[in-house]
Write a protein that binds this ligand. Structure first.
Ligand code: SF4
Ligand code: SF4
Length: 661
């Protein structure tokens, strides 16, 4: 017969305000196997834990049920306390009478019987608990950072500085990400390249960092401490050891294609580096546009390359590596504003997105740093900026605020005035949001000192007329229609999740929110962790954010990663699946659903009618199994059970709840 102790927590008034603690304790004393029941104001406190520990010893308890908050909050606390009192930690059950009960009821008469039922169910399950041992997992002292923008670079540098080897994987030919596209950063107006390039070089030269550019993660298997990853390193068609980065190849190359870095607003060669400060400074051949790959002729780059670094035969390589931790820092995309037909984006060269406009200020941008109209090369006299294009728009765009647009618009309007003192900027806005150190002051400076006209309202139509673009909108403060004959229009397009985010999330094993940004494990308490142990997120792949927040989050992700890498051994999952092979039919549906590839077919021999029979059945690798339970649900013959959550235990809980009624 089990000897179960029940402990009910008040959680201040969080539970005690809605659940009658005395009644719950009294009812608990009558549950089968319960030999002790008690309560305390805060069981998670040191005093509360001592109450549990002493009761285990004094009453010779072999099981503990704690009626308290969510097991996500304090299951580990109570397991540790039980373990310190000599009890196997898996003999502890948590009944969530806060989130599942007191917080969702107002009435004590309703909440109390429910709390009693939940505790009764936990006691019924505890009666069937077996002691479990978590396996020890060796930690591979190597980190993988996916994404080479400022978030990935900062994370890699911080981990590398702590003494661990980091592979920094970037799908583009160079690291740098979005920040490399910026001319200046708000609110300090630092030259973006001047603060980013030293970091890019530092990452490239750091003895603990391996840059793996022009590469993509194709497969992730395993678990925290031991992730087995396949990375496709795409063929650059250049031998990186021989290449000196002289640039003669792209000077001479006759084939051109739209530049991805300039978002199609300028051309690059078929052999190219994305931007002049690219790291590594090694070109790639874009085989789709190269004349040699397309038509079998040309080879000018090979002939002109002094160290003979061009290699048309180079093939993609698959790198297979093991990592202890993974940090995902893949950044964001910009919404295509052509979904808003009224703005005419894509139909006129002088209607640009904010990022495209930013490139006009840059010396290596499409206009060599001259802010001019792309239609005729003339400097604009009137520029209209439109905020929230695709942001805060539930109907057609994204429901959220992109967080950076108000500030980069103020920055661009200010820079425009500095470049072209005669130019006038107009900003159509819904609200101006400037939360950040020095942001409010910066935006005011743009409006007051740089003569930027802020118009509260929305634009209904933009259309070309004569030599200009007519911007027709409504001033929502005065209710009047406004018409501006603009030379250029800049759309603050929403920051959105990368188009490949869902696929990467599937490969890596992390989930996303409804906007396809990666989900953090807890919005307040675990902002860089994901629900998959050992995988962290940093930067705008989690939600739109500015550079200071991105760098701060990257540092936080690095610290979490270092925390894991510094351990020799990690505790594995004790609640793993096990197959009753005598009953397994060998359908292997479980193998197909297991997200951790923990199930394999094995051949077994069975006695059958006096002879032997060979059969295929499923087998679980306990060091890979993460106890998600998918296999137990899919198994039609019911031959898989999860240790700690067996079918018998779950049915006992259901029975206990039904009995209560
Ligand atoms: S072979 Fe291709 S990449 Fe090389 S110069 Fe000719 S077109 Fe350009
Ligand atoms: S519980 Fe089953 S499906 Fe889940 S990880 Fe373990 S073996 Fe795979």
């Amino acid at each position: 017969m089990p000897r179960t102790g029940v402990f009910i927590c008040h959680c201040g008034t969080n539970i005690a305000g809605t659940v009658d603690i005395e009644k719950t304790v009294k009812a608990s004393r009558s549950f089968p196997g319960v030999v002790h029941a008690d309560d305390y104001r805060y069981l998670c406190s040191e005093m509360g834990q001592d109450i549990i520990k002493n009761a285990i010893k004094d009453n010779n308890l072999d099981r503990v049920v704690v009626g308290t908050c969510s097991p996500r909050m304090h299951e580990q606390t109570f397991r540790k306390a039980a373990s310190e009192a000599g009890l196997n930690p898996y003999m502890v059950e948590v009944a969530n009478i806060r989130e599942h009960c007191s917080w969702v009821h107002r009435n004590m008469d309703e909440a109390t019987p429910k709390a009693v039922a939940l505790v009764r169910a936990a006691a019924a399950k505890a009666a069937l608990n077996d002691p479990l041992e978590a396996p020890a997992i060796e930690v591979e002292k190597r980190a993988l950072v996916i994404g080479g923008g400022i978030a990935g670079i900062q994370t890699a540098l911080d981990i590398a500085e702590a003494g661990y080897v980091v592979d920094l994987v970037e799908r583009e030919p160079s690291i740098g990400g979005r920040m490399a596209q910026l001319e200046k950063t708000f609110p300090t107006l630092d030259c973006s390249a001047c603060i980013l390039t030293p970091k890019m070089v530092e990452a490239a030269q750091h003895p603990n960092i391996n840059l793996i550019t022009y590469s993509e993660v194709e497969e992730v298997k395993g678990f925290v401490g031991q992730f087995d990853v396949k990375i496709r390193q795409k063929a650059r068609s250049i031998d990186p050891v021989k290449c000196t980065g002289c640039g003669i190849c792209y000077e001479k190359c006759p084939a051109k294609a739209p530049s991805e870095f300039e978002m199609g607003r300028a051309k690059r060669k078929a052999i190219y580096v994305p931007f002049p400060q690219a790291v590594p400074n090694i070109p790639v051949i874009d085989r789709e546009n190269c004349l040699y790959f397309k038509k079998g002729r040309c080879q000018i780059c090979a002939k002109e390359c002094p160290p003979q670094a061009v290699d048309y035969e180079q093939q993609d390589e698959i790198l297979e590596r093991r990592y202890g931790v993974i940090v995902v820092a893949t950044g964001f995309d910009q919404l295509d504003p052509s979904i808003y037909g009224e703005y005419g984006y894509g139909q006129h060269p002088d209607i640009l997105t904010g990022l495209e406009f930013e490139r006009l200020f840059n010396a290596s941008g499409p206009t060599a740093g001259k802010v001019v109209r792309l239609s005729d090369g003339k400097p604009p006299k009137k520029v209209v900026f439109i905020q929230c294009v695709g942001s805060r728009d539930k109907a057609r765009g994204m429901n959220y605020c992109s967080k950076i647009c108000c500030m980069y618009t103020a920055k661009q309007a200010l820079l425009l005035k500095e470049k072209l003192p005669d130019a006038k900027s107009y900003v159509f806005y819904i609200d101006v949001r400037t939360a950040g150190k020095g942001y409010e002051e910066f935006q005011r400076r743009a409006a007051e000192e740089y003569d930027v006209a802020y118009l509260r309202g929305q634009v209904g139509k933009i259309f070309p007329e004569n030599d200009y673009l007519v911007v027709r909108g409504v001033d929502s403060l005065s209710g009047k229609t406004i018409e501006i004959n603009a030379d250029m229009v800049v759309l603050a397009a929403a920051a959105i999740a990368r188009s490949d985010a869902t696929e990467l999330g599937r490969i890596v094993g992390i989930n996303s929110d409804s906007y396809k940004f990666f989900n953090e494990a807890h919005p307040k308490l675990k902002p860089v962790e994901t629900h998959t142990a050992g995988i962290f997120i940093a930067g705008a792949c989690q939600a739109p954010k500015d550079i200071p927040d991105t760098v701060a989050q990257a540092g936080a992700a690095a610290v979490k990663a270092i925390g894991l890498l510094s351990k020799e051994l990690l505790k594995g999952e004790a609640c793993t699946a096990e197959v009753n092979q005598a009953e397994c039919s060998g359908c292997l549906y479980c193998e197909a659903v297991c997200p951790y590839n923990a199930i394999n077919p094995v051949e077994i021999e069975e006695r059958y009618h006096g002879g032997t029979l060979q059969r295929t059945v499923a087998e679980v690798n306990p060091s890979l199994c993460q106890g998600c339970g998918s296999c137990t649900v899919i198994c039609r013959s019911g031959s898989i059970n999860l240790r700690g959550f067996t079918n018998e235990q779950i049915l006992a809980e259901v029975d206990a709840i039904c009995l209560q009624r």
